[in-house]
Design a protein around this ligand. Structure first.
Ligand code: SF4
Length: 448
């Protein structure tokens, strides 16, 4: 399974061009008779590798020549005149990620059960996905072509897993030789070219904590504002990751980390006007401490990495309660159901749902679900598998079950263990609804 990881980073086999996935019905693309499956291979004579290239080479151009490889095999050359703002109405197939060439000691792929969803074994290391979705890369195997592309096409910001600025420690964590682990010249080149960087540290007790962490934060902060933020997230161990070099993160370790970082954050707020070094929500929850207030997170620069999600949820929930004050549910409300969530978030959510029950007369209960699929210290809702939810069936009360949308793949109704939502639903006696905070409100009105 890991053979590819010891070779230089590889690019999966790709067809030439950017493949059209959908064409909006009334659009320039439809007028040009483009269809799903067609591949745009050149724009004004320049080769197209993916839709980022297409976007870059068409931006602002009013006269275009497109080379298209039709899904039928024909070759078309399309000459187009359009207004600058006219959109093609095309969506493209997803980018196939490049794979990393590291052997990180904490790699999540090593912590997967053997039969986990294949996508969980993808070790993506792709600067395009970093730009598009905030995925982290290590920059260790970035090619000269990719470096130039980031700069030329302004693929900014980039999200970089630094882990430690101490080269020995970084090389050790990434499982590679020091010469490859050293990204200082690459980082400097990106920063000099005006590319914004967000950094990440996966905090491994006894390896990159304490003085190493303080030094890492200080080195990165020396580049602020060009480096905008650093996310410090805890190592997560499943029962399958049995590497003896790793020490599990404990509540005591989390408390100690918070106590060490609070003064540093305070200094940054005074000096830089931002908290800059953010601790993952999981660190606060596992420490049994409250997450910081709204002002701590600024504009939530690393929310996708689990930084400030609990605070943002708190704000959204308060807004929901206000909305329910303006448009009350019927009284007495007949809504009765069960919310299944991970053990980490359950106490926080329970408090909120109790407030909702008191205010609105609903009878919702929060049930905390153990993660047996991954085991270890995995406790977040988004990593619960179908089998974990099934194991909680006898605790269901009421007429429906709510789960978090984050338990499903973003583009498919399938859970981490490969169980389809429709199959999960068949095994519950009541309907199962995946929701986020917005659809949660809609669901309450539906059952009211
Ligand atoms: S943690 Fe990321 S960079 Fe490290 S080996 Fe796994 S996929 Fe590659």
């Amino acid at each position: 399974m890991y053979e590819f990881a010891v070779a230089p980073a590889v690019t999966n086999i790709r067809h030439r061009g950017a493949a059209v996935a959908e064409v909006a019905p009334v659009s320039l693309g439809a007028e040009l008779e483009l269809e799903p499956g067609d591949r745009i291979t050149k724009v004004n004579g320049r080769p197209i590798r993916d839709y980022l290239d297409f976007r870059f080479h068409t931006a602002g151009e009013t006269e275009l020549v497109l080379d298209v490889r039709k899904h039928t095999g024909e070759h078309w050359e399309l000459r187009i005149e359009r207004s600058e703002s006219e959109d093609f109405g095309l969506s493209f197939e997803q980018i196939i990620p490049r794979q990393c060439a590291n052997e990180c000691i904490f790699c999540f792929c090593k912590g997967n059960p053997e039969r986990a969803r294949p996508s969980l074994f993808v070790r993506d290391e792709d600067v395009r996905l970093s730009f598009l979705y905030g995925n982290y890369t290590t920059l260790t195997s970035i090619t000269e072509d990719e470096m130039r592309r980031i700069i030329e096409q302004r693929l900014s910001p980039q999200y970089v897993s630094v882990h430690a600025t101490n080269l020995d420690v970084r090389a050790y964590l990434l499982g590679i030789e020091k010469v490859r682990a050293d990204i200082a010249p690459k980082l400097a080149r990106l920063l000099d070219a005006g590319i914004e960087i967000h950094a990440q540290v996966v905090l491994c007790p006894g390896i990159n904590d304490g003085e190493i962490l303080r030094q890492t934060i200080a080195d990165l902060a020396a580049e602020h504002p060009r480096i905008t933020s650093v996310a410090i997230v805890p190592l997560g161990l499943t029962r399958y990751n049995v590497d003896t070099r790793l020490t599990p993160v404990t509540p005591d370790f989390c408390r100690q980390t918070i106590d060490e970082i609070i003064p540093i954050q305070g200094q940054f707020r005074k000096r830089l006007g931002t908290t800059f070094a953010f601790l993952g929500d999981e660190i606060y929850l596992r420490a049994g401490r409250s997450v910081p207030g709204r002002a701590h997170y600024g504009d939530y620069p690393q929310i996708e990495d689990g930084i400030g999600m609990v605070r943002a949820f708190d704000n959204d929930f308060a807004a929901l309660l206000k909305r329910l004050e303006r448009h009350p549910l019927g009284r007495p409300s007949k809504i009765q159901g069960t919310i299944l969530t991970g053990t980490l978030f359950a106490p926080v959510l329970r408090q909120k749902i109790e407030r909702l029950n008191i205010r609105c007369g609903t009878k919702l209960q929060v049930e905390s679900v153990e993660n047996n699929y991954f085991g270890g210290d995995v406790s977040v809702a988004g990593l619960l598998a179908g089998a974990d939810l099934l194991a909680a069936r006898d605790r269901i009360r009421g007429e429906f079950v709510i789960i978090s949308k984050s338990m499903l793949k973003s583009d498919e109704e399938i859970m981490l263990d490969g169980m389809k939502l429709e199959d999960l639903r068949k095994q519950f006696k009541v309907p199962v609804h995946p929701v986020d905070i917005d659809s949660f409100a809609g669901l309450l009105f539906r059952y009211n």
